[in-house]
Structure formats: structure tokens, C-alpha cells
Design a protein around this ligand. Structure first.
Ligand code: 3H9
Length: 683
């Protein structure tokens, strides 16, 4: 199919890219652009050229589908250079999201016009890359060092309106204006005034040599937390100061190609596609329309869930048994919004609008207006069953009934409802207004329509929703328990508290696992686990945490846990170390030293082994869903892809050897045999 149409409007040549869904720069698009510029340049009737797009957006970047395949001509850097070299003025017409290579095409054009609400950005660092088609060279020439370093190393999207005071755009249009008409009018007016020129950014000087690169790069390094690409990008900019566009782009290209072969880029690209996959379910039903939602329980979790829904435009009925509890919940929601306003994440008017859609009540009957009801009350199966019995009577017969339980058996909860097909799990992660992960849990009799509704609502909430099945802790917390168990076992075998946390955090986990326990309260997990039927003869099973609880070391809230907190800061505590060592010796565990690599490897092996088991049991639909869960719910470093990506990197042979060794040492109960062949499935 011809992906770039050549349209002639009077004396204007229009190149319209039509390659759904996002007009990515496929080989055919690149070829079509070069062909189009050649054709219009040699057509005497044509005075100016417009590059615009059909579908929902201007070009969203290089075609990710082509990554991993041998590059084909014309290469994007040559295409953008050809556009800039055009002897007739070229105008880019932007809407939607103009990203990466798409933005680089726009930067090479001689003029740029855009809708006010269009977004632009160079998100390559999010894929472990740097801009590879002149972005590191042309953007700084237009917006300067500070802004371009921020954009290139941060990878964020920016609204076109935010550049109103810079030279990036030559005209910005309001949302009620027709972009194609306005762009043509812009060109016609300039042509009439004889004011449309060939302006080549690449011919301008490149950057100020007196800029303090050292300080800027130090800051970027501190923020990058192990990610290579932001630092490479900043170094490319610094290295190319004073160079011509051709020399600068050659340096940029070399760095881009090197990064494209890196493990980090492979992991980040894998994460991108794993997320897209997770959104694809085989559910055979259209979602129900949801406008009004009830959240029952106004504690931390309920208030967070309510905040997330209000931010996404829903009307929320927040319900709590007592007026006091309800007031506290409303206060929590209000303070979530005022924090957002203070930090500049949202304006006061938007926050007021959100609060105006909050209906607080102590009457359960108010659920009658809602298409979706989410229970976020005390984690006790009997209490939940009673509530669902009441909801069965009070809710609309077609309303979806969701529980936010973290561990309980949703099948048992569904049993008390006359139509169990409408009962599902919607497992949010705390704080629910911030954490991206949402596990949508399919109970035995959950209907496709109920599940599809929850998945669609998750998308509206901008959550990363993953469909999982019922088991203790569902997918995420079951793996988290397994991970925590291995950390505890290593503690009892002699690994140090600080050593474990430092090893995991410097590998890339958002926080060390023991510091996390101190933060959330060691007793919380301990009490939840004590209520569960765990193998009594598992010697490592959270015994170190149990010792902390026995000694009233519950974490930050009691001033000490695995660490002590004299002035609010975690400090090594010999007493905690002694208690754990004594427990290890009591249990007859031989004490030894660990290397940091060994700690990381064993923690990963525990995650990999449990993840594969979950897949084999059908709790997750695809292996990559596990990675999405760990990236968005548990602070797994994105540039490491996720536990399953790591398993694939390690390879089946090494994995088999390591797992067999641990099985030999600790037994099949802890390290059950898993089918490593599933790692070959391409999902
Ligand atoms: C680059 O440009 C390098 C250059 O500097 C140098 C080169 C030499 N290619 O996310 P959605 C598909 S690096 C192909 O659900 P949304 C996506 O897979 C690239 N396909 O929608 C999905 O397909 P499907 C820099 C792409 O509205 C569909 O579009 N660019 C691409 O929530 C809808 O996606 C980026 O990193 C692509 N580049 O968000 C942009 N992008 O339905 C990455 C998307 O079959 N993309 N698709 O699963 C995004 O950030 C979002 O997808 C976007 C739309 C904001 C565009």
C-alpha cells in the first residue's frame, strides 16, 4: 500500500502519511517522503510543501516493528536531511503525539505548525536509545542546551502550547480549528506575503561552548539510576558542540547504533511490547459503560482508589460505615488533590472539579446508582461475604461487583451473590492513585463482560491492567511472597541486612527488600502470613521477620526493625543482625558469606521459578504479563525487562543448573521442578 500520498492543492504539494495506527516511519513511509520531496521539488507548479498525517496523530516515531531487523534504505537520518535540503519550503503540520523520529522529521522541516494540545517529545531513552535522526543536533539549535537536555534525557512528552515562547512552532491552533485548513491558510498567507523561506536549522551554529556541561551531566547521571541512554545522549550533545550538522549526526548515529544492540535497549523494547500485549485479552464481550462507581471503605486504599477514579472523570460514591471514618476518607482524597495542586501536577480548577464529583455517604443504599462497585474494606473473608450479600440486594442486577482483596479467595466471595458471574477482583496497589498496576482477577465464574469492563475502566484510569486468575496473592503478591521468603532465607544463612538491600537496590530495584518491610511495617505482612496455611517445615519461611516482630521491632513506626531510625534515617543495627544470626543458628543453618551477585541471582531465581509456575498453572495468560506486573507493581528496574526477560537472558541451561543446585540444597518444596521449555514460547 502507498503509505505517503502526494496531494496537490493549488501551488502547494502535500505529503500525507497514511500508515495506521500511528504513522510510524516504516521503510515505505521513509521512501514515500523522499520520493514526494523529489517529485514536488521538480514540479514547477509547486511553491511549498506540507508534511501532514492521516489517522489519529502525526508520526509517532521510528517503526518499532522494524527494530531487530536489518536496517533498510532509505535510512531515517538521510530522509530528514533530504527534507531539510529541499529547495522549496517544507512545513510540518503536527497533532496527536509527534515522537522520536516523527519529531525529528518535524525539526528538519523549515516551519512547524501544530494544534495547541499536540504533544511532542524524544522518548528514545525510554527504549534505551537516543534520537538517531538528528534530534540531538537540531533540537538544541532551536530550544537551547537546557531544554533539549531535559527533553532528550528525560524522554517525556511536552504540549505544543508549552513552547509558545520559543522558536519551535511558527503557529499554534486552538482545538476548535481544523488543522489541515489552518496549515494551508498559513502557507498561502506566507506565500502571498513572499515570506515563506527555506530555513535550515542544520546550517545554524551549534550551541554555546561556555555551557556548564560538567554540572549538567553530573545531574543527569544521578537521575539515570543505572540507565545508559540518558548519559550517552548528554555526552553526544557535549561532544558535538561546535561541529557541523553532518559531523554531529555521524557521532549521534554511531552512539544510536551501539545502543540499539545493547541489552538495556532490548529490555526496554521488550517492556514496551509486553505492555501492549497485556492489554490484549481473549475476552469475548464488549465492556459495559461505566460512569458512576461506588468505593466501599474509605481507608487508605479506598481513598486512593476514589482519587484515581475522580482524576479520570468518574463520579464516585465513597461509602464508609461511620461518619468519622467517612470524614477521614474525604479528607484523605482532598489532601491527595491538594498535593497534586501544590506540586503543579494539576490546576486548582481541575482539583475542584474532581472533588465536586465525590459523593460521600454512610448509606450502602447509594450503590444503587453505580455500574461498578469496588469493595475496599477490612481483609476478612466473613466480613466481605456479608457485604457482598448486602450488595446483591442493593446494587443494580447488572452492576459489576469487584473486590480489592490482596489475598482472599474471590470464588468464596462470589458464592454469596445470586449471579456470581458479575463478581471479579480489581486488585489495586497502594497508593492506588499513584501505582500503575491493576490486577483484574478472574474468578471461576466471572463473566467476560465483567472482566472486559474492569480492563476498560483500568485503561481509563491510565493503569497497566493485567488479567490474572485466583490463587493466594494472585500473581504479583504470590511472587512477592516467594521473593521475600528467599531474602529471609539468605538472611538466616548469613547474608547481611545492609548487604542484601544494597545488592538489590544497586542492581536496580526501587528499594532494598528489608527497607521496604521496615517502611510498610513488619507486623503487617507477618500477621497476614500467620493466617495462611504455609508449609510448617519450610525453615526459611519469614523466620527473620518473625524474630523482629517478637522483639517489637516492627519497622519505622517503632523506631527500629531491620534497621534503627534514630533521626528518621535508616542506620545499621547490630542487635537486629545478632537476633537473626541467633535464629539461623537455632534452626541449624550453617552460616556463610554471600557475594552481592549471589544475592541478586538467588532473589531472581526465586521470582523466575514462581513466575513460571504461575504460567504453568494458568494464573497468567502469558509469561510477559509477569514482567508487566513486576515493572509496575514492585519497582523492578524497567531497563532489566522483568524476571522473565532476565530468565531468557540467563538461558535455559544456566537456569536449569542453578535451580537444580538449589533444589538439591533446600528441597522440592521450596524449589519445585518447573518447565523451562515454556521460556521458548514467543509472547
Ligand atoms: C525512534 O523514533 C528512533 C529515532 O530517533 C531514530 C531512528 C533512526 N512503531 O500505545 P498505544 C502501535 S524510537 C510501531 O496502545 P496510545 C502500538 O504497538 C521510537 N507501532 O496507543 C499499538 O499497536 P497495537 C520513538 C507503534 O494512544 C498502537 O500503535 N517513539 C509505535 O495509548 C497504539 O499504541 C516512541 O517511542 C511505533 N513507534 O499511545 C513512541 N508506537 O494496537 C512509542 C505505537 O497493534 N509509542 N505503536 O498493539 C507511544 O508512546 C504510544 O504508543 C503513543 C500512542 C503515544 C504513540
Amino acid at each position: 500500500m502507498n503509505q505517503v500520498k502526494q496531494i496537490i492543492h493549488n501551488n502547494i504539494g502535500i505529503l500525507e502519511i497514511d500508515y495506521p495506527p500511528v504513522n510510524a516511519l516504516s521503510q515505505a513511509v521513509r521512501h514515500g517522503l523522499v520520493e514526494g520531496i523529489n517529485a514536488f521539488e521538480s514540479d514547477n507548479q509547486i511553491s511549498a510543501i506540507i508534511i501532514r498525517c492521516a489517522n489519529r496523530t502525526f508520526i509517532a516515531g521510528a517503526d518499532i516493528k522494524e527494530f531487530g531487523q536489518p536496517p533498510t534504505t532509505p535510512f531515517l537520518p538521510d530522509v530528514v536531511n533530504r527534507i531539510e535540503a529541499s529547495t522549496k519550503p517544507v512545513v510540518a503540520s503536527l497533532f496527536g503525539t509527534s515522537l522520536g523520529g516523527g519529531f525529528e522529521v518535524a525539526l528538519a522541516c523549515h516551519y512547524r505548525v501544530a494544534m495547541m494540545d499536540a504533544k511532542v517529545g524524544l522518548p528514545e531513552v525510554n527504549l534505551g536509545l537516543i534520537p538517531g535522526a538528528g534530534g540531538t543536533q537540531r533540537l538544541p539549535r532551536i530550544v537551547g542546551e537546557d531544554k533539549s537536555l531535559e527533553m532528550i534525557t528525560g524522554g517525556k512528552h511536552y504540549s505544543a502550547a508549552s513552547f509558545v515562547d520559543s522558536h519551535l512552532f511558527d503557529a499554534l491552533f486552538e482545538s476548535d480549528q481544523d488543522l489541515n485548513e489552518r496549515t494551508i491558510a498559513f502557507v498561502e498567507k506566507k506565500l502571498e506575503a513572499n515570506d515563506l523561506n527555506v530555513r535550515r536549522v542544520g546550517e545554524q551554529e551549534f550551541l554555546d561552548e561556555n555551557y556548564d556541561w560538567q554540572t549538567a551531566i553530573e545531574k543527569i547521571k544521578a537521575k539515570a539510576r543505572g540507565k545508559e541512554a540518558p548519559l550517552v545522549a548528554a555526552t553526544v550533545l557535549q561532544k558535538t558542540v561546535g561541529k557541523s550538522i553532518a559531523d554531529g549526526m555521524a557521532i549521534e548515529r554511531e552512539a544510536f547504533l551501539k545502543l540499539r544492540e545493547s541489552e538495556q535497549s532490548a529490555a526496554l523494547r521488550y517492556a514496551f511490547s509486553a505492555e501492549k500485549q497485556a492489554a490484549k485479552t481473549k475476552l469475548q464481550a464488549e465492556p459495559k459503560t461505566v460512569k458512576e462507581v461506588a468505593v466501599i471503605g474509605a481507608g487508605n486504599m479506598g481513598s486512593g482508589i476514589a482519587t484515581a477514579f475522580l482524576s479520570a472523570g468518574f463520579t464516585i460514591h465513597l461509602i464508609e460505615q461511620t461518619q468519622e471514618g467517612l470524614d477521614a476518607g474525604v479528607e484523605r482524597v482532598a489532601s491527595n488533590f491538594s498535593r497534586n495542586v501544590k506540586s503543579g501536577r494539576m490546576g486548582q480548577a481541575a482539583a475542584d472539579d474532581c472533588m465536586s464529583r465525590l459523593v460521600a455517604s454512610t448509606r450502602l443504599e447509594t450503590v444503587e446508582n453505580c455500574e461498578l462497585i469496588i469493595e475496599a474494606i477490612f481483609e476478612d473473608i466473613e466480613v466481605k461475604k456479608t457485604l457482598f450479600t448486602d450488595l446483591d440486594k442493593l446494587a443494580q442486577p447488572t452492576a459489576v461487583l469487584a473486590t480489592n482483596t490482596s489475598y482472599l479467595d474471590i470464588n468464596q466471595i462470589a458464592e454469596v451473590v445470586s449471579d456470581p458471574s458479575r463478581v471479579i477482583g480489581m486488585h489495586f496497589f497502594s497508593p492506588a492513585n499513584i501505582m500503575k498496576l491493576l490486577e483484574v482477577v478472574k474468578a471461576e465464574r466471572s463473566s467476560d463482560v465483567a472482566l472486559a469492563t474492569a480492563m476498560a475502566v483500568g485503561k481509563q484510569l491510565k493503569k497497566m491492567s493485567v488479567l490474572v486468575g485466583v490463587c493466594f496473592g494472585f500473581a504479583g503478591n504470590r511472587m512477592y511472597t516467594r521473593y521475600g521468603r528467599e531474602i529471609q532465607q539468605m538472611l538466616l544463612e548469613g547474608a547481611g541486612i545492609e548487604q542484601i538491600d544494597k545488592a538489590m537496590a544497586s542492581w536496580g530495584m526501587a528499594m532494598g527488600p528489608l527497607a521496604v518491610q521496615d517502611l510498610s511495617g513488619i507486623d503487617i505482612g507477618h500477621n497476614a502470613r500467620s493466617a495462611q496455611p504455609f508449609p510448617a517445615h519450610d525453615p526459611g519461611y519469614f523466620r527473620a521477620a518473625a524474630v523482629m516482630v517478637e522483639n517489637q521491632r516492627l519497622g519505622r513506626k517503632t523506631g527500629k526493625g531491620f534497621y534503627q531510625y534514630p533521626e528518621g534515617k535508616a542506620v545499621y543495627d547490630q542487635e537486629a543482625a545478632n537476633l537473626i544470626r541467633e535464629k539461623g543458628l537455632d534452626l541449624g543453618i550453617t552460616q556463610r558469606s554471600f557475594t552481592n551477585d549471589e544475592i541478586v541471582e538467588r532473589a531472581l531465581l526465586a521470582l523466575i521459578s514462581e513466575g513460571i509456575k504461575l504460567y504453568q498453572e494458568g494464573i497468567v495468560n502469558r509469561l510477559s504479563d509477569i514482567d508487566v506486573i513486576w515493572l509496575h507493581g514492585y519497582g523492578f528496574p524497567r531497563h532489566k525487562g522483568g524476571p522473565i526477560f532476565q530468565a531468557k537472558q540467563l538461558g535455559k541451561e544456566k537456569l536449569a543448573k542453578a535451580l537444580t543446585k538449589l533444589r538439591g540444597e533446600q528441597g522440592e518444596l521450596i524449589w519445585p521442578p518447573v518447565e523451562l521449555g515454556v521460556l521458548d514460547t514467543d509472547d
